[in-house]
Write a protein that binds this ligand. Structure first.
Ligand code: CAP
Ligand code: MG
Length: 428
């Protein structure tokens, strides 16, 4: 059996620029060598199975993936591009991240990184707006954008939701955002929420003279999701939000097509990612997930905060930022490197336990070309959501001007109250 699998191992093979490359971290099960595991990964994710078959043809041998590099527990596999259907992401992921995770001969397997050949990468739309396009929509040139997720996550009525949204917008928030689990429950129906919130959005724009928008969650059954996107466009919205991993790559591709026609940007929430990205030995890295999201074409994606409540190691957050924003990613951000060609950059969103006291640290780590999202950090402010929004904006202005929060807080009450409440401490 291993002899057959070993035919998929060729450490002399030099990958061609048209090959798709995958970097895996492999831990063979006991009794198996890394070469055994490598052959199985390359075989079962391309054309092979556990035995030779009489239906094999010489021309099909050219489609065999090759385990072409083994470096300790790191395995690089090269896949001929003809294994894949251009523009079909579910098919590609079913190949390179399909059955192989369940093989007995492998104790742990993690897909760390992917290098996409130009022809395959450019068979996807990429972001419609990207960082620059989003900044143009909101007419914000340099500073980080601000967003707030209304809390509590669920339970508010559509009117209460819109009323609170108004407070956040006039307080200085650019983007109101639905929570990942808010859709169209009985207490807050999607179409009523849409209507009420855009009434308040328009009012807040008039009063502040600033552009404001709403990341409304359209996550639902695929056809209904498209209907909800249409309703957003008819209401004069600029965005939809989707839980890209629970919607699935097929649903996301379909939504991207619809949003192309509707001229809507996509805010991507990654709820569910930690179920398979967090284990550093098994699963798929968030880096690889970010590749797929950028290719399909979301305009904004969560990358973590380093300083906040959710697990997000510094190296990962920086690698994600660079992988989403750069035209060409080098080995720091992505071990295999990637030339993104005409695929636009995605706006990184930092979210999860953020509050004004953490803003300067966050900006020192990830820079200013980000979206700062604070839910509890706005709605937990002792003087209410509008004061919370003002405090967040004050913290960002202070960080942009290089003024310390303490000195800024002296004559900015909202920020002072936020610092009194949460201080400057990062989450343990
Ligand atoms: C943040 C949040 C976001 C997470 C997602 C939450 O709320 O709304 O869903 O940030 O995680 O439900 O936790 P708070 P990530 O601002 O109140 O913490 O950004 O890592 O994908
Ligand atoms: Mg949330």
């Amino acid at each position: 059996m291993s002899e057959w699998y070993h035919q998929f191992v060729d450490l002399k093979y030099k990958p061609s620029p048209t090959d798709l490359l995958c970097l895996f971290k492999v831990q063979p099960a006991s009794g198996f060598t890394i070469k055994d595991a490598a052959g199985r990964v390359a075989s079962e994710s391309s054309v092979g199975t556990w035995t030779e078959v009489t239906t094999m043809r010489p021309r099909i041998r050219k489609l065999m993936a090759k385990a072409c590099r083994i470096d300790g527990s790191l395995l690089t596999v090269a896949y001929p591009i003809r294994l894949f259907e251009l523009g079909n992401m579910p098919q590609i992921i079913s190949s390179i991240a399909g059955n192989i995770f369940g093989m007995k001969a492998i104790r742990n397997l993690r897909l760390e990184d992917i290098r996409w050949p130009k022809k395959l990468a450019e068979s996807f739309r990429g972001p419609a707006f990207g960082t620059r396009g989003i900044r143009r929509i909101l007419r914000v040139e340099k500073r980080p954008l601000t967003a707030t997720v209304l809390k509590p996550k669920l339970g508010l009525t559509a009117k209460e939701h819109a009323r609170a949204g108004y407070d956040a917008w006039v307080g200085g928030i650019d983007l109101l955002k639905d929570d990942e689990n808010l859709s169209s429950q009985t207490f807050n129906r999607f179409r009523e929420r849409l209507k009420e919130c855009f009434k308040m959005r328009d009012r807040a724009e008039k009063e502040t003279g600033e552009r404001k928008s709403y990341l409304i969650n359209v996550t639902a059954e695929a056809r209904e999701m498209l209907q909800r996107a249409k309703a957003v466009a008819e209401a004069g919205g600029e965005y939809v939000m989707a839980d890209i991993l629970t919607v699935g790559w097929s649903g996301l591709q379909t939504l991207r097509e619809e949003c192309q026609d509707l001229k809507l940007a996509i805010h991507a929430h990654r709820a569910f990612h930690a179920a398979f990205t967090r284990n550093s030995l098994h699963g798929m890295s968030m880096l690889a997930v970010s590749d797929v999201a950028r290719l399909i074409g979301v305009d904004q994606l969560h990358i973590g905060t380093v300083v906040g409540k959710l697990e997000s190691p510094l190296e990962e957050v920086i690698a994600l930022r660079d992988n989403l924003q750069r035209k060409r990613t080098n080995s720091n951000a992505s071990p295999l490197g990637q030339d993104w060609g005409r695929i636009r950059p995605v706006f990184p969103t930092c979210s999860g336990g953020l509050h004004p006291g953490l803003v300067p640290k966050l900006i020192r780590i990830v820079g200013t070309d980000i979206i700062v999202q604070a839910g509890g950090g706005v709605w937990g402010h002792p003087d209410g959501g509008r004061a919370g929004a003002i405090a967040l904006r004050q913290a960002i202005e202070a960080a942009m001007s290089g003024e310390s929060l303490k000195s800024c807080a002296r004559d900015h009450r909202e920020l002072r109250r936020a610092l009194e409440t949460w201080g400057l401490a990062t989450f343990k």
